[in-house]
Design a binder for this molecule. Structure first.
Ligand code: FES
Length: 284
């Protein structure tokens, strides 16, 4: 309950916005090139990268503490190495997290800022632990690693809150239903060249677009953070660009070609018949 209350407090701390805005602006500028954004977002993998990478430093530091407690001096060298491995692994974990965080706003951005500050603090403690261990002050190193893990635990709570409560980094089409029958959704005249048209099929928002004479249909809710793809624009390589953070999806199959999205957009089968447009969920 204490962590829950503290998290609520952080979410309402508007005083953090100024710092968060400046830091997010710097991260956005650094990660703007497609190759960097795609690499950090996990677009190339089809899966968000940050949650996977955070397991490595947390696991390494946890195992270092286990060795500290259970292996005595015999485990000192291994524990020291694990602290070092965790520090190295924390660098890509931090960059992927910073990239994801730079696309958040409001309360999630405030919580993300505190999450990052806690992680920097925890990494600093592990670095101090490594230095102490190298100087032969194993007891101090053990204490610092244990205390750093406690800070990491608080940070992990905030990270989980961002994903599981605030929906940062989750696929925003995950709970959409499918429509198995051809469904009449628009007049053919509604769908103009390169002008995305929003409709619904079975309650699911669908975007239809005519491009170079062919009809395409994708779910209208961006997988990244729920942005309206029908308000985006058709861009290079026959893709639709989300208006919120610039993710790009191929019209023909929904494949994400530019992050921050890491998950493909659900594709719909589409056909025109008798002046009407029909869609149904595509079988993948
Ligand atoms: S909502 Fe973020 S790129 Fe679409």
């Amino acid at each position: 309950m204490l962590l829950r209350k503290l998290t609520d407090e952080i979410e309402g701390l508007r005083g953090l916005d100024c710092v968060a805005r400046g830091a997010a602006g710097v991260v956005s500028r650094v990660t703007r090139p497609d190759v960097i954004k795609n690499a950090l977002s996990g677009t190339w993998l089809g899966h968000p990268l940050h949650p996977m990478l955070t397991d490595v430093p947390i696991g390494a530091w946890s195992m270092a503490s286990v060795l500290d407690v259970t292996a005595g001096r015999a485990g000192a060298a291994s524990a020291r190495r694990l602290v070092g491995v965790g520090l190295i692994a924390s660098v890509p974990a931090a960059w992927t997290g910073a990239s994801d965080w730079s696309d958040t706003y409001g309360a999630p951005r405030r919580v993300g800022l505190v999450h990052a500050l806690l992680n920097v603090t925890a990494s600093g403690m592990q670095l101090a632990s490594l230095c102490a261990r190298r100087r032969g002050r194993r007891g101090v190193g053990m204490l610092l690693t244990g205390a750093g893990l406690c800070v990491t635990g608080c940070s992990a709570y905030l990270g989980g809150h961002l994903s599981l409560v605030r929906g940062v980094g989750v696929n925003h089409t995950a709970f959409q239903g499918t429509v198995d029958e051809w469904t009449d959704v628009a007049a053919e005249s509604d769908v103009v060249d390169d002008g995305p048209f929003r409709t619904t099929a079975g309650g699911v928002p669908v975007m239809i677009v005519r491009h170079r004479g062919a009809l395409y249909a994708l779910s209208a809710t961006c997988t990244h953070a729920g942005g309206p793809l029908d308000e985006g624009e058709v861009v290079r390589d026959s893709c639709i660009r989300c208006p919120w953070h610039g993710s790009e999806f191929r019209l023909k199959d929904g494949r994400v070609t530019r992050g921050p999205a890491a998950v493909d957009e659900p594709r719909w089968d589409v056909k025109a018949d008798g002046g009407r447009v029909y869609v149904k969920s595509a079988t993948r």
